[in-house]
Design a protein around this ligand. Structure first.
Ligand code: GLY
Length: 204
């Protein structure tokens, strides 16, 4: 807008606090796919107050947990183990735990973005679960699933595929699936979604 105004992000959803407010990706959706039109443009500041999360509908908060789990899987086994241990407290919005976890996710994301701001290669690690996730959102007209819910199905699918191909330990795959389920997120791809449609979206 206006060739780039300085701006500050003040995210008020869990998903935005741990992921989308940091790193400068901006985009709008297109009927052909999610986030297809946009640029990399960094905010001057990201200002986060986890108190705002108390105002969220439950479903919206839980959807954000998918991105938190993502950080545990891709970059930080300690975070993953912490979620396994303290998921109930996290889902109860324990303020100290929330603050610590949101901070960790932002730090992890900042490290990735510092290394590869415009997604030459390494930043793609942040897209874990998103290839199928975005395809599910597109196939369902962005109406049926929240982003985090679609990513949850995508992460479980990616772990399953990876384990089938011998890249991911079966126990790891099961831990991912168990944690996603325990968080109250979906893990199953709806049967009525057509493979051709999903594969087309995944290829874009
Ligand atoms: N949400 C993934 C990224 O910012 O690269």
């Amino acid at each position: 807008f206006q060739r780039g105004l300085p701006f500050i992000q003040i995210p008020t959803t869990l998903l935005a606090q741990v992921d989308s407010s940091v790193g400068g990706k901006t985009a709008i959706n297109h009927p052909s796919g999610k986030n297809l039109i946009g640029v990399f443009y960094q905010p001057r500041l990201v200002l986060i107050d986890v108190d705002t999360l108390k105002t969220l509908p439950r479903r919206e908060f839980v959807a954000g947990v998918a991105e938190v789990i993502k950080y545990g899987v891709i970059l930080n086994p300690e975070l993953f183990a912490l979620l396994e241990e303290k998921l109930s407290a996290f889902l109860r919005l324990d303020p100290d735990l929330l603050t610590a976890v949101v901070k960790t996710c932002c730090q992890l994301k900042a490290l990735v973005v510092e290394e590869d701001e415009t997604e030459g290669d390494y930043r793609a690690i942040l897209n874990f679960g998103h290839t199928l996730g975005h395809a599910i959102e597109s196939a369902t007209g962005y109406k049926r699933f929240l982003h985090g819910e679609a990513v949850a199905i995508g992460m479980v699918f990616a772990a399953h595929l990876s384990s089938k191909r011998g890249h991911c330990d079966v126990q790891i795959k099961e831990r991912i699936c168990r944690l996603v389920k325990r968080a109250g997120l979906p893990v199953i791809l709806p049967k009525e979604l057509k493979d051709e449609h999903l594969l087309r979206s995944m290829a874009i």
